[in-house]
Ligand binder design. Structure first.
Ligand code: URA
Length: 220
């Protein structure tokens, strides 16, 4: 029992370190404690915290934090990689060219209004030159996405592209191999599909993305 408590203590300390803390008062480990004790379960409070975040280097180059947007009652949450230039300029997720395609996928194929779903990213600040976020950046930012998913409690999460898939599932498989499959996560189901930016560069993959969307539609 003492060993388990020590391991939990160590896990919690690493979580806090990943969130940017260098110091904590004594923490009392209790196995029923929530995963992110320091983050509010109120979306507006959480937004305030995220908008002020300086835990990683992306905060130094961002113009705006892109918290995510949509319904707190959403049955489905779409998760991308990280904000691009237009998102960084506006503070809103998926509003550039890839965003226009995502909106069409949601509204024309799934026949749901964009405002009825929730759209978020693995990292909330733009990686310079749209590079893939580093492991350290993801570790610092991911607790925010986890908390958003905990608050919304969707039935389904759609992972858009490999970065979202890997960091949500902990699996490294290529997106073309896993796309369209249903994954059972602890609190929701997850279906990965191609990232809209990939579809803009590779229009021939739209056929497969369409098949994934039909699967998502029938699940919902
Ligand atoms: N690509 C992403 O992954 N997220 C956005 O918000 C925009 C483009």
């Amino acid at each position: 029992m003492k060993n388990i408590k020590n391991l939990l203590q160590l896990k919690r300390l690493y979580q806090l370190k990943n969130m940017g803390y260098n110091y904590t008062d004594m923490i009392n480990i209790d196995t029923d404690q929530p995963e992110s004790p320091t983050l509010s379960s109120n979306m507006d409070e959480l937004r305030k915290t995220v908008l002020q975040c300086h835990f990683c280097q992306l905060s130094k180059t961002r113009n705006n934090v892109v918290f995510g947007e949509g319904s707190e009652d959403a049955k489905v949450v779409f998760v991308g990689e990280g904000p691009g230039a237009t998102e960084d300029a506006t503070g809103r997720p998926f509003v550039g060219r890839a965003g226009a395609l995502l909106t069409k996928m949601i509204e024309n194929v799934l026949e749901i209004k964009r405002r009825e779903v929730f759209i978020a990213n693995v990292v909330k600040c733009r990686p310079p030159n749209n590079r893939v976020p580093t492991f350290d950046e993801v570790m610092k930012c991911k607790p925010y996405l986890d908390k958003q998913l905990e608050i919304i409690a969707p039935r389904l999460v759609v992972a858009l592209g490999a970065t979202a898939f890997t960091h949500l599932t902990g699996e490294k498989s290529s997106i073309s191999k896993v796309r369209g499959e249903l994954f059972e996560m602890k609190n929701y189901k997850l279906i990965p599909t191609f990232h809209p930016s990939y579809l803009l560069r590779n229009p021939s993959a739209k056929k497969e993305a369409y098949a994934d969307l039909l699967k998502i539609k029938s699940f919902l």
